[in-house]
Design a binder for this molecule. Structure first.
Ligand SMILES: Nc1ncnc2c1ncn2[C@@H]1O[C@H](COP(=O)(O)OP(=O)(O)O)[C@@H](O)[C@H]1O
Ligand SMILES: [Mg+2]
Length: 476
């Protein structure tokens, strides 16, 4: 309990300095105080000036009395009293080319500082006032000014600074109290205004984001925008739209996940069913009936394709592609192996040609690059199946900081409706028995190498795909 109490000032300090509203309050007070301070200096200077001018005027009135025709009869004591009442210790008045000195005491005092009111600037006065407050205690001032009454060239009054300084200090104290009061009132008003127009709505936005993040599927946590048409209102509306879009996207994702696992189950069962069909067709191949025996290979091929479809879809659905383990290696043997795999998918007509320099090296995951090339090669082989002169060419060269590999064929090109969804999984398939996964997987693998797979050209003379594999960035 006591501990909590002891930590209270800390807690308050943290809230004030770390929350938007607290900082706002501090800044407003500080700025209003600053404005007050800027106003204070000139007014202190003016006050100081008035004090000095008053002394001069009082001194002059005293001198007038002393100058009366019968003043000679006044006792020195009375003269001194007249001056002391005016708050001056000595006065000198220059008139008609004669300078007369009136003393309140027998010896003229030692002067610490002279201030000439005839040509002092506001800045000068401000500095004099500050100087007076700092070290004016016990000093003797000589004030010089223009006489106001009955002409004369100038009047000098010698005064003690202490009472002037005390007046100035008292005045400053009053100004300070007033400023503090004004700052607090202004700061509270500014703060209250900003708090209700800015801080509170901001808090509402933040709270909505936090609570939505905790449970985005809850529609009640979507912010209800206010009617404001300023930036806050705009943010609220944008946030509301964003939140409902996210909620929808999340819902859709959930549905897709559910759908995906259903498909995976179906595929899994399908594979088992196909496996038994495969067994049965093996038996058919051994049948005595030649007509049945003839059917068997076609049946086998269909089943093989169905199994491949089921297996590939399952693999793609799991999306567990390992990150690329890259290393420099010669490209040619890899391309040869890929084409070996690819040619097996055709009917044996096609031939392939390599235009790969034997010393060309590529910085890639060998297994993954093999799959990319096999997928492109297989498509090319399938594209030239109908032609007696079918030919697939793989060429490669260094290009900037990487390697570009082109797989071309002289097939009849990619059909129009397939082109639109070429690299989309399942969508871009143009062959019966295809999955439409080959290009999607090839591109995903290439992008895992910071590279890409693109279709360079297609038409009645054939098709070219390009794989680019940039070298991995040098580390260290
Ligand atoms: N070299 C090519 N020549 C003609 N068509 C092609 C070529 N490569 C791909 N295609 C077309 O693009 C489609 C998608 O290819 P792919 O993503 O590998 O899926 P799949 O081969 O399983 O159908 C193919 O079905 C085919 O119609
Ligand atoms: Mg394919």
């Amino acid at each position: 309990m006591w501990d909590t109490f002891k930590r209270l000032p800390d807690t308050i300090a943290r809230t004030v300095t770390q929350s938007l509203s607290g900082r706002l309050l501090l800044f407003t007070i500080a700025f209003v105080m600053l404005a007050e301070a800027l106003l204070y200096f000139p007014s202190a200077a003016r006050f100081y000036h008035d004090q000095l001018a008053n002394r001069l005027a009082a001194a002059q009135i005293a001198v007038l009395a002393l100058d009366q025709g019968d003043a000679q009869t006044l006792s020195p004591q009375l003269k001194a009293e007249l001056l002391a009442n005016a708050g001056v210790r000595a006065v000198a008045l220059k008139r008609n080319n004669t300078r007369r000195l009136y003393l309140a005491e027998s010896m003229p005092p030692v002067i610490s500082l002279s201030i000439d009111l005839r040509d002092v600037t506001l800045v000068g006065l401000t500095l004099y006032a500050l100087d007076s407050m700092a070290m004016g205690d016990g000093r003797v001032l000589r004030i010089i000014g223009k006489p106001r009454l009955q002409g004369g060239e100038f009047i000098e009054a010698i005064v003690d600074e202490r009472p002037i300084r005390e007046e100035l200090l008292a005045y400053s104290g009053r100004i300070f109290e007033l400023s503090l009061f004004i700052s607090i009132v202004t700061a509270s008003l500014v703060f209250a205004t900003l708090y209700f127009t800015l801080v509170r709505p901001m808090q509402r936005l933040t709270q909505s984001m936090v609570s939505f993040q905790e449970k985005p599927e809850d529609a009640h946590r979507i912010i209800v925008p206010s009617q404001r048409d300023d930036e806050i209102g705009q943010s609220e509306r944008v946030l509301a739209t964003m939140q409902s879009e996210i909620r929808q996207a999340l819902q859709q994702r959930e549905h897709l996940v559910a759908l995906g696992s259903a498909v995976a189950k179906i595929q899994h069962d399908l594979r088992n069913i196909l496996a038994s069909a495969q067994l049965a067709s093996d038996r058919l191949a051994a049948s005595n009936d030649p007509a049945v025996r003839q059917l068997a290979p076609r049946l086998m091929k269909s089943i093989d394709r169905a199994i491949a479809l089921a297996t590939n879809t399952l693999k793609y659905g799991r999306a567990e592609e390992a990150p690329a383990h890259r290393g420099r290696q010669p490209l040619l043997p890899l391309a040869e192996e890929a084409m070996h795999v690819a040619l097996a998918a055709g009917d044996g007509h096609a031939i392939w040609r390599s235009e790969i320099p034997p010393d060309l090296e590529v910085d890639a995951d060998g297994e993954q690059l093999l799959r990319m090339l096999a997928n492109l090669g297989r498509n090319a082989v399938q594209a030239v199946e109908a032609r007696p002169d079918g030919q697939v060419t793989i060429s490669a060269r260094r290009q900037g900081d990487g390697v570009a590999i082109d797989v071309s064929d002289n097939g009849s090109g990619i059909p129009e409706q397939v082109l639109k969804h070429l690299f989309e999984a399942f969508a871009g398939r143009g062959r019966v028995g295809g999955t439409g996964l080959g290009l999607a997987i090839a591109r995903e693998l290439a992008r895992g190498h910071s590279g890409d797979v693109v279709m360079l050209r297609t038409g009645p003379e054939g098709t070219t795909f390009r794989v680019t594999i940039p070298d991995s960035p040098k580390t260290g």
